[in-house]
Design a protein around this ligand. Structure first.
Ligand code: PEP
Ligand code: MG
Length: 587
């Protein structure tokens, strides 16, 4: 489930934390610092995500096979009973999944396989681990539905290992009340079912501003701090004050700090509940406020949102985890549902952004030493033009079924020539509003030439940061370079905004930067005309914008660009911000 997650702290065997806190009295009052990636303030007890469990590397062979087998059986039984009890309390799909998973834990073939391994000289942990590994390979080789069950198998393995070894259960813990979830990092599987009424804050030591945790937290509206290297100091159950705007995490805050936090939360609520409707600055300058969507469920939830449409519909989910490409009809059905959900609003669909970093099982991607720099995004269409054409044809057909304004855009465009080629293809399919994403510094530097080819630009700040700073967006250690307040990133956005303004080409931002309420104002000052973000942060961005005139936004942009560090850039913009926003954002 969570292979590949970085572990933190000095002692992995205690789940990334020392068993006893070091002599750090002074550290108690000092807030920990990380990157605030989803704004909001919460006060709640800590609950640790159970780390993945592995058998001990130095586990000796079982002394008595029958005794060891009995222990493994008991662990599997305990897991099966727990899962069955949870299935009994659940309904719908969750009930089915939990029941099926409980049945895995009761499979006698597993116990037979464990016995063989124990007799072969393995200890109980390794025997259990290897038995599951053998079954997982069989399922994976079978493909299709069976291959999809491999993650369920691993889930049972991890739980049974935890019981066997007497360590905490992996995954999101069951809790009685609201908690701040703390982890080294969160995998998509960990976050799939997060309940925002129970998990009211997130802190990770790894991750970056564009990591999975950040994107998910924003979309659920859960305040979050990532890249917080001291997170391992946090103890289960201790109260923390988390500020997802400033990135500060205060342990056991005193009464005064807790009161200030409550006041800030109430100012925040006041801001978001008194503003609604289309985005505009205090002096009426319109800025379209849009949402980013990436799944069918997102579409269902977004219909009721107070927003002006979709600024980024990521289409990868239609292509990933399947043995063949979706047909034109299949795609058309999804796009039609999307367009119907947003009648009278606009929808911007991004064509497939896959590559060796997000591989498609039905395409041979080849070995690329640097997948992020390889055949990714629009470049994939050089090798597989049919893939892009089918997608554009499906979009064009969906567009004829209703009045929604459809815009299409291509990811990973580097040159004006690539932009022209994409626009020509889109037009050939009858798609008359077409644009490109600016995610590569070369495209930002030549924005003027690209503007001459397209109907609009959308800046993908996540990738633009990664390529500008040569810093992998998934590497938590490099998160500081990926801070969207980096003045060099702002310089590139300014170049695009200027080119857009001169040519009358709309320029949006659809990377995570658009969801930071203060930065959103500075982006408007840089010439950005629309902002597309996770639904959870749109209300505070709208409120922030409504408190500032265009001239203030421009002054913020100038001040931020004049700074030499991201922290100074943010501070310079904050100095010019409306007192309400300052009160909501500042610790
Ligand atoms: C971006 O790069 O900013 C972007 C919006 O695209 P993605 O995060 O899907 O790469
Ligand atoms: Mg991108």
């Amino acid at each position: 489930m969570a292979e590949g997650r970085a572990s933190v702290g000095p002692d992995v065997s205690t789940h990334g934390r020392p068993a006893v806190l070091g002599a750090g009295g002074a550290e108690m009052g000092e807030p920990m610092r990380g990157l605030g990636v989803s704004p909001g303030v919460v006060l709640a007890p800590v609950a640790w995500l159970g780390e993945p469990v592995r058998p001990p590397a130095d586990e000796p062979p079982a002394r008595d096979v029958e005794v060891a087998l009995q222990e493994v059986r008991a662990a599997l039984d305990a897991v099966a009973s727990d899962l069955a009890a949870r299935a009994g309390a659940a309904s719908g799909a969750a009930k089915d999944v939990l029941s099926a998973t409980a049945a895995i834990a009761r499979d006698p073939a597993l116990v037979d396989s464990v016995r063989t391994r124990l007799e072969g000289g393995a200890g109980p942990g390794r025997a259990l681990d290897e038995a599951f590994g053998g079954f997982a390979s069989l399922l994976a080789a079978a493909g299709g539905y069976l291959a999809e069950r491999v993650s369920d198998l691993y889930d049972v393995r991890d739980r049974a290992l935890a019981v066997l070894l007497g360590v905490p259960m992996p995954g999101v813990p069951e809790t009685d009340g609201p908690v701040v979830l703390v982890a080294s990092d969160l995998s998509p599987a960990d976050t799939a079912g997060l309940d925002p009424t129970r998990i009211v804050g997130l802190v990770t030591s790894g991750g970056g501003p564009t990591s999975h945790t950040a994107i998910l937290a924003k979309s659920l509206g859960i305040p979050a701090v990532v890249a917080c290297p001291d997170a391992w100091r946090l103890n289960e159950g201790e109260i923390v004050l988390l500020d997802g705007g400033t990135g500060l995490v205060t342990r056991q805050p005193d009464k005064a700090a807790a009161t200030r936090a409550a006041q800030r939360a109430s100012i925040w609520r006041g801001l978001v509940t008194t503003t609604s409707g289309p985005g505009r600055s205090a002096d009426g300058h319109p800025v379209r406020l849009l949402v980013n969507l990436a799944t069918m469920t997102d579409i269902e939830h977004a219909v009721a949102l107070d927003c002006e449409g979709v600024g980024l519909f990521r289409t990868e989910f239609l292509f990933l985890d399947r043995p063949d490409a979706p047909t034109e009809e299949e795609q058309q059905r999804t796009y039609t549902r999307l367009l119907r959900a947003f009648t009278d609003r606009s929808v911007t669909v991004r064509t497939l952004d896959a590559g060796a970093d997000k591989p498609l099982p039905f395409l041979a991607h080849g070995d690329e030493p640097n997948p992020a720099l390889g055949m990714r995004g629009l470049r994939l269409a050089r090798r597989h033009p049919d893939l892009l054409d089918t997608q554009l044809a499906a979009l064009a057909r969906a567009a004829t079924t209703g009045p929604t304004r459809l815009r299409v855009m291509a990811p990973m465009v580097a040159t004006a020539e690539e932009a022209r080629d994409f626009i020509d293809r889109a037009r050939a399919h009858g798609l008359d509003e077409a644009g490109v994403m600016v995610e590569i510094p070369a495209a930002a530097l030549r924005a003027e030439q690209i503007c001459a080819e397209v109907d609009f630009l959308s800046i993908g700040t996540n990738d633009l940061s990664q390529y500008t700073f040569a810093a992998d967006r998934m590497t938590g250690e490099l998160a500081g370079l990926l801070d969207p307040w980096q003045p060099a990133l702002l310089d590139l956005i300014a170049a695009v905004g200027l080119a857009g303004g001169r040519s009358g080409t709309p320029v949006g931002v659809c990377g995570e930067a658009a969801g930071d309420p203060l930065l959103a104002c500075a982006l408007v000052g840089l010439g950005v005309t629309s902002l597309s973000m996770a639904p959870g942060v749109l209300p505070i961005v709208r409120a922030a914008l409504s408190r500032h005139g265009l001239a203030t936004c421009q002054a913020m942009a100038i001040a931020a660009r004049a700074a030499s560090t991201p922290t100074a850039a943010r501070a310079a913009a904050l100095e010019l911000a409306h007192p309400d926003l300052v009160a909501a954002l500042q610790a």
